[in-house]
Ligand binder design. Structure first.
Ligand SMILES: [Mg+2]
Length: 432
């Protein structure tokens, strides 16, 4: 049994948190250099503003709609994400980060009414952090994801699903006929793991809803389609069979994280782990021909080892320019790690997340007189080929990044919300 906890409009919600004047207004968050929309509030979505839409277009076309644009502040998002995950992890008996605003709680052996438990946790996150979330519960990760979709849609689009499934939805707790009705009301394109291409093929075959997919014969699906789709079908039927990947990717970020088999206490061990995670995330990034503008590193003790002193911290380092170079990404991750590392804790988990993802076709250079430009893309391609041929990790960085000369980062962010959680000078002041 799994529960998926999902931060709603996460970047927009984080930005509003410290600027109440943005409440109720159409808000868009712009990615690096204020180029494109990477997040929207419900109001902005309702206006028809699209993800990825260039900011100049939004300014031009929605001039009279009161749209407010803010630059992404990944450091703030990362800090709030860490705190949200720490509370969300209390939901179950294990925890897996999935993205910056989503994670899976393992719910096996959790007693009591899960919907009530979910509502309590949701309320705690709202109260402690001011962030809205949704929770989906199901027998498999695919069903938990689907339940989350239901929880969100029932809230946002009244009438799409029964109102009592809003905010927290437990699909495992529904009578069979209600469960089927929910699946029948869900477009098959909204199923986790079914992409646009497969979705179009299934529709051409006369299938339209999640119920249609759940009713397919798994063995036939393997023969006619693929093992991947077969797994999705089985998961919809309630049989957990998708293994949890330690590298996950999405439009917003690529993450590599892992729980350690035994507690880790030394910085050097964490450096090695973080170097490996950075390398694997960067490899995935190159595969999708992208670049990252920011690198988030986190370390955490285990909330399930209650006797341990707890510590959880993340840091986001901007890259000097967007890159997919393993060396540069690992170097940033290690620099970040050294800032957040504290001696004397039993670390149970670390991770690296690549944020502010951009299309690799967009080149961006700045006037840079002190370092000669190094193009290592050929080196990266060679490294990827060798690793593909001889297995993961055949070739990786020998050590933590070298160099480390003081860098000046120059990311343009004119309308950035403040560093309210990391800078004393920007601490908000409340007057009573
Ligand atoms: Mg979300």
């Amino acid at each position: 049994m799994f529960a998926l906890v999902d931060g709603w409009n996460f970047f927009a919600s984080c930005t509003r948190l410290f600027d109440p004047s943005l409440a109720g207004r159409p808000l868009v968050i712009a990615g690096s250099n204020d180029g494109c929309v990477i997040a929207r509030s419900d109001e902005a979505r309702a206006l028809g503003i699209k993800m990825g839409q260039p900011l100049f277009e939004v300014r031009r076309d929605f001039r009279n709609s009161g749209v407010v644009a803010r630059s992404a502040n990944f450091n703030l998002f990362g800090m709030l994400s860490s705190r949200m995950m720490t509370i969300a992890a209390e939901l179950g008996t294990s925890w897996h980060d999935y993205s910056i605003d989503e994670g899976f709680a393992g719910m096996d052996g959790v007693p009591g009414n899960l919907v009530q438990r979910g509502r309590d946790k949701r309320e705690k996150i709202e109260q402690w952090l001011g962030l809205p979330t949704g929770i989906g519960i199901g027998r498999t990760r695919t069903l938990a994801k689907l339940a989350n979709h239901v929880a969100k849609s029932a809230q946002r689009k009244p009438g799409s699903y029964p109102a009592d499934l809003a905010q927290v939805c437990d699909l495992a707790n529904l009578p069979a006929s209600d469960f089927d009705a929910v699946l029948a009301a869900t477009d098959l394109g909204d199923i986790w793991g079914i992409g646009k291409r497969i979705s179009a093929q299934l529709q051409a075959d006369g299938l339209h809803t999640a119920l249609d997919v759940a009713n397919m014969d798994a063995a036939m699906v393997r023969r006619r389609w693929s093992v991947v789709l077969e797994r999705t079908v089985r998961e919809l039927q309630g049989q957990a069979c998708i293994p949890f990947e330690d590298v996950t990717d999405g439009k917003k970020e690529i993450m590599c994280s892992r729980s350690f088999g035994r507690p880790v206490t030394e910085l050097q061990d964490l450096v090695e782990a973080v170097t490996e995670f950075a390398g694997r995330a960067a490899e995935k990034l190159r595969k999708q021909e992208g670049r990252a503008g920011q690198v988030l590193t986190f370390i955490r003790t285990s909330p399930f080892r209650e006797a341990d002193r707890q510590y959880s911290r993340s840091i986001t380092m901007p890259l000097r320019r967007p890159t997919a170079d393993t060396g540069l990404i690992a170097q940033s991750a290690i620099q970040g790690l050294k800032v957040i590392f504290r001696q004397g804790y039993n670390y149970a988990k670390a991770g690296v997340m690549l944020l502010d993802l951009q299309d690799g076709s967009v080149e961006q250079w700045e006037l840079d007189l002190d370092t000669p430009r190094q193009d290592r893309s050929a080196l990266m391609t060679t490294m990827d080929r060798i690793n593909m041929k001889y297995g993961r990790g055949t070739l990786q960085l020998a050590s933590a990044g070298s160099g480390g000369a003081a860098r000046r980062f120059s990311v343009r962010a004119e309308h950035r919300s403040g560093d309210h959680m990391t800078s004393w000078s920007q601490l908000p002041i409340a007057r009573a």
